[in-house]
Design a protein around this ligand. Structure first.
Ligand code: ZN
Length: 425
């Protein structure tokens, strides 16, 4: 008897810990369960126009089963129904540039707590998918799995394997005091002219990465080979805008999927016809900029500008995504900025810079934060509210098409059909 009580108390304790840590009312869907969101104002973001239509969304397991615009929900009598009158429904947000596993703390538990706090903050802010742009793939795959299995409140995680030349890795490895950084790993590989690129890409793929991060100290020729091989093996090619010695024009020419850090596009060539770290011009040459941007548009390269970094470092960032947008280059929203050290969410700052300084309408910024975000990861299954898409949805209290700041007023986040609703504190 005593033993039974002890076990019972132990179970209660576990449940108690879970409840207070998670702060969410979980509603895990099984394959037959139905969830009906009725009477909400749906902003589907299938286009940049951003129209609003009142309707009902039916979610079956992790997918949007049906959307209709009448009040009839009778055929879903057994479903869990949530009335969202007066609320706005959008696709889940996508941060196209994060680093979840690059600076581990010495203490494992503290490290876990910190990463999980970041992931919780993301879910809390309506971010349902992230693209991690280089970090330890063992850690990233573990969090990606924990997210997939709903073991922790977290966005879906996609990540890259970092490719760079020896100059880069020799420099960073000299300064790193993390012993596992001292040699090549499947998620951090030194690439030279003698590297078997097919094998390097296969190693990256084996680590669970869905993209190659083309980072630094690589020639135009190598970049082209890496992109071709990544495409062959079904991986994405995510590049920095300037890779040294490969120039922004050569990166765009190699048909990478995305280019990160807008200010890098202004790296020019020095007298020897090479780009160097010193060859960043302070003044924007718009003729040259337009040539690169038009090539990006032609090759369907998405720009991941990371504006907030530029603004914080007094760099000439925002003019470039502004011009990119004018010319019709697709722009994603990536932060590359820590989530825990400032009260405000960096993703919202990034989004507001698109509206305030880059000429985006609220609808266009939201389209970048969702549809283009999905495209930047090579994902066609999310980013809009449409029949058959993944049930990644945010519900907000006020219309973000009126004021982009309204996006911060989150009512509920739904990821893969699972409701994450913050408890009132
Ligand atoms: Zn980064």
């Amino acid at each position: 008897m005593k033993k039974t009580i002890k076990i019972y108390l132990f179970i209660l304790l576990i449940i108690g810990i879970n409840n207070c840590y998670c702060q969410y009312q979980g509603y895990t869907t099984d394959s037959d369960s139905l969830l009906v969101l009725k009477n909400g104002s749906i902003i589907s973001l299938t286009s940049q126009e951003g129209s609003v239509k009142t309707g009902t969304i039916v979610i079956k397991a992790d997918k949007i089963e049906e959307i209709f615009f009448t009040e009839n929900t009778k055929e879903y009598a057994n479903a869990k129904v949530i009335d969202l009158k007066g609320k706005y429904i959008l696709p889940g947000l996508i941060d196209a540039h994060v680093h979840l596993a690059t600076v581990p703390k010495k203490n494992r538990i503290e490290n876990q707590k910190e990463v999980e706090a970041v992931l919780l903050k993301m879910i809390n802010s309506g971010i349902t998918t992230v693209r991690d742009m280089a970090g330890n793939a063992i850690i990233l795959s573990d969090y990606a799995r924990a997210s997939r299995l709903d073991q922790i409140p977290a966005p879906s995680i996609f990540y890259a394997s970092q490719f760079a030349g020896p100059k880069y890795f020799n420099m960073t490895r000299r300064h790193s005091n993390n012993p596992e950084d001292k040699s090549d790993k499947p998620w951090a590989q030194t690439i030279t002219d003698s590297t078997n690129i097919a094998l390097a890409v296969a190693r990256a793929k084996g680590s669970g990465a869905t993209g190659i991060k083309i980072y630094s100290d690589l020639s135009a020729h190598l970049v082209k080979n890496i992109v071709e091989e990544a495409n062959n093996q079904g991986l994405q090619a995510w590049s920095h805008s300037a890779v040294f010695p490969a120039s922004p024009m050569q990166i765009a020419n190699a048909k990478v999927n995305t280019m990160s850090h807008a200010w890098d596009i202004m790296y020019g060539l020095n007298e020897d016809g090479e780009i160097t770290r010193e060859s960043l011009s302070n003044k924007i040459d718009f003729n040259r900029l337009d040539r690169i941007l038009l090539l990006m548009k032609k090759n369907k390269v998405i720009l991941d500008p990371t504006n907030y970094i530029a603004e914080n470092n007094n760099m000439n960032g925002v003019e470039i995504p502004k011009r990119a947008h004018e010319l019709g280059v697709k722009v994603a929203v990536g932060t590359d900025w820590p989530y825990l050290y400032e009260p405000e969410i960096p993703f919202f700052k990034e989004l507001k810079l698109l509206v305030d300084k880059c000429g985006f309408t609220n609808a266009e910024a939201l389209y970048s934060a969702t549809k283009i975000g999905a495209e930047s990861i090579g994902l066609a299954d999310r980013g809009t509210i449409e029949k058959g898409k993944k049930a990644d949805i945010i519900i907000v209290n006020k219309n973000p098409l009126d004021h982009i700041e309204n996006l911060k007023d989150i009512h509920t986040t739904i990821k893969s059909g699972i409701i994450y609703k913050k408890e009132k504190t």
